[in-house]
Design a protein around this ligand. Structure first.
Ligand SMILES: Nc1ncnc2c1ncn2[C@@H]1O[C@H](COP(=O)(O)OP(=O)(O)OP(=O)(O)O)[C@@H](O)[C@H]1O
Length: 271
């Protein structure tokens, strides 16, 4: 970790740490894909019950860093991650940590809706089933209904739970994927451009949902839309060429950025 880097100092929230509001603590994280150094010495505190947006030009490492937070990079052969990431103080890369269990606690929603080729019900029931979260069918029914309600999809699908998830519209499929992700009661939800494939109405629904999810979860969202980052997040991280350049309260980042690279990006001069 480079303590002389002002971005490092900004990204570490000592007050929140002292108050126990830090959900994920990353320190000195580097990621390589073979010889490509995609993430360079990133240290950041992600707060609980807060929406954090990752912004920056294409290829700057936003998705790569997001994937570090639930060890999705483990699934990429050439990826190598160093440094330390703690969830509630526990090192998620420690030997003995089961990535599958970790991903039940740190859920993920991808850019393209990717429902399983199963019924709407079974899509949502999948995680609770493999993690043994329901003792009876009635328990499972409750989890499915509750997750679909929280994902603002219940009313649209309650009469066709046995139909395939892939038969829904794009926006509905993405809300189904959110319901699937929240069905295991994760503590953190990672969203990689969750609305980029959706029309403005479906996008507005997802944004509203993100705001509601914040009551229970810590949400981290990668977005190419600065308007979206400004609308949904309380804190924003700006990445550039693999570095975390600036991190702060979202209004400050958008109205009074401290680094000239952030200013160039938000005013449209780079990216
Ligand atoms: N699976 C991979 N194998 C090899 N290199 C990769 C892989 N994924 C990403 N990279 C490289 O790592 C760097 C960061 O990519 P990443 O996708 O994290 O950026 P990003 O900021 O999310 O980009 P975008 O906004 O375009 O999605 C890029 O140079 C990219 O080419």
């Amino acid at each position: 970790m480079d303590a002389s880097n002002p971005a490092t100092a900004l990204a570490i929230d000592e007050t929140a740490e002292a108050e126990g509001r830090v959900k994920i603590m990353a320190r000195g994280v580097n990621v390589w894909y073979g010889d490509t150094h995609a993430i360079k010495d990133v240290s950041v505190d992600i707060l609980d019950r807060t929406v954090t947006a990752f912004i920056g030009p294409s290829g700057c490492g936003k998705s790569t860093f997001l994937r570090c937070l639930n060890r999705m990079n483990d699934t990429i052969d050439v990826a190598r991650v160093t440094g330390e990431i703690r969830l509630d103080g526990e090192d998620i890369y420690a030997p003995g940590v089961d990535p599958v269990q970790l991903r039940a606690r740190v859920g993920m929603v991808f850019q393209k809706p990717n429902p399983f080729p199963k019924s709407i019900y079974d899509n949502v029931a999948y995680g609770p089933r493999i993690h043994g979260l329901a003792r009876t069918r009635a328990d499972l029914d409750r989890i499915v209904e509750d997750s679909l309600r929280r994902a603002a999809l219940w009313d649209e699908v309650k009469d066709r739970l046995n139909e395939p998830g892939t038969g829904l519209s794009g926006g509905q499929q993405q809300r189904l994927c959110i319901a699937r992700a929240i069905a295991t009661s994760p503590e953190v939800l990672l969203m990689d451009e969750p609305a980029s494939a959706l029309d403005p109405i479906a996008t507005a629904q997802i944004e509203e949902l993100i705001d509601e999810l914040r009551e229970n979860f810590s949400v981290v969202i990668v977005t190419h839309s600065m308007q979206q980052a400004a609308r949904v997040s309380q804190r924003t991280a700006f990445f550039h060429l693999g570095e975390l350049v600036e991190f702060g309260e979202t209004p400050q980042i958008f109205t009074n950025p401290r680094d000239p690279r952030t200013e160039s990006y938000i005013t449209g001069r780079i990216g």
